[in-house]
Design a protein around this ligand. Structure first.
Ligand code: URA
Length: 226
């Protein structure tokens, strides 16, 4: 299935509460004939983590080595960075919902070890109906697309540098595009310590907080100001 076709597909789930519906969806996604038929994704599904009643939904790329091991999104180095961003927003991981555009770790030739790669279009398309159904169950106030891969998968476009900092419509929900935490980690290692990337990401997160109706205090407004 192509990304555009996958964007129209939704999964029927039963359940009274959002948590029940998400649990039903996760067990359907686990079987995911489309994803498994590709033969390019690994066995273990890593569905999502967080609060089904969350106002903010974060969407990344795909699980990596550590996420697959713990069967939880964003628990490796990028996850620690995301947890730090949440803390700056005054949030805990349990306050938000964290998912990925691809629910399985993309496989690599030979002994993969701890190496990871981004999902390709077919891999994203195979999981997109699950992600879009997740969004329609949770109905958050705001979605955050973390990085260019999630941005492409959600149909927003390509080029995170150009697209970041603004809201786009995904299923009627305002969706902010910002940097993937891995990009910030890479930038932090360069001269300048990644201050531009961190400041821009923080500006994006303040817009998200405003959209979600969260107060922003003076200390938060002052982060990354010179
Ligand atoms: N990067 C992602 O995009 N998702 C994860 O779950 C972990 C790292």
């Amino acid at each position: 299935m192509k990304l555009a076709a996958a964007a129209a597909a939704r999964i029927e789930v039963t359940g009274e509460t959002k948590a029940e519906k998400l649990a039903a969806l996760a067990s359907i996604a686990e079987k995911s004939p489309e994803a498994r038929a590709l033969g390019t994704l690994r066995e273990t599904m890593v569905f999502a983590v967080g609060n089904p009643e969350a106002q903010i939904l974060f969407i990344g790329e795909a699980p990596g080595f550590e996420e697959e091991r713990q069967q939880e999104p964003f628990v490796g180095p990028a996850g620690q960075k995301l947890t730090g961003i949440l803390k700056a927003m005054g949030l805990e991981r349990r306050d938000v919902y964290i998912s990925n555009i691809c629910k399985f770790r993309p496989a690599m030739e030979g002994n993969q070890g701890t190496s990871n790669r981004a999902p390709n279009d077919a891999e994203m398309a195979s999981c997109l109906p699950y992600v879009l159904t997740e969004i329609s169950i949770i109905q958050p106030k705001v979605i955050v697309a973390l990085g260019g891969v999630a941005c492409k998968g959600l149909g927003i476009g390509e080029g995170v540098m150009r697209l970041r900092g603004r809201f786009y419509d995904v299923q009627g929900i305002p969706t902010m595009v910002t940097y993937h935490p891995s990009y910030i980690l890479r930038e932090e290692k360069l001269a300048g310590g990644g201050i531009r990337a961190k400041r821009e990401c923080w500006e994006d997160m303040m817009k998200v907080m405003e959209k979600a109706g969260m107060p922003i205090n003076d200390k938060q407004r002052g982060y990354f100001q010179k």
